[in-house]
Design a protein around this ligand. Sequence first.
Ligand SMILES: [Zn+2]
Length: 197
Amino acid sequence: MSAFANLDLFGGAACLDFANSLDARGTERPEEYLHTYADLVAWGRFAGVLDEPTARRLTGDHPEVLRTALGLREAIFQVFVAIGRGRDAPADALATVQARYAEAMAVARLAPGGDGFDWQFDADDPGRAWWPMAVSAVRLLTGGPLDRVKVCAAEAGCIGLFVDTSKNRSRRWCTMDGCGVDAKVKRQARRRAGSRS
Ligand SMILES: [Zn+2]
């Protein structure tokens, strides 16, 4: 079974999925999925930001790179949770995203990809495991849709981030079968409690 069997890619953007790889942030027991550099590479493969041959080449133990990646992840979280709550993004977190993006761009190459051109990375530098998320974050920040970035409405402290692509912008939870069900169960419990009193 994959180490990420319980992790849903509900973010709608690689940077938000990355932020969500620390799950249940607001609870007493946050769930960390990225303990080692190998986890980071495996997650990149799982999330589709690294292809199989690349993931296979990114071997070894790189605690410094993991620390950098997790610093970027935290900055991404701080920036987008603020945006999702209608607040100003913290300057220090924005500066971190900008710095990591600049590092990634220094080794990126513009090449045909997707519908036009896109940034590609050739080097097998260990940093490649996090470069795509820096690109994704700046893409979302500069191109949006920022008004669709939302924070999961679950009261239990999920704090999952996602881009709401629903037509009427009505999505409230990270996943309907996760926090959506929890919220429904709580609502029903409250209703039952209310009807007894
Ligand atoms: Zn949630």
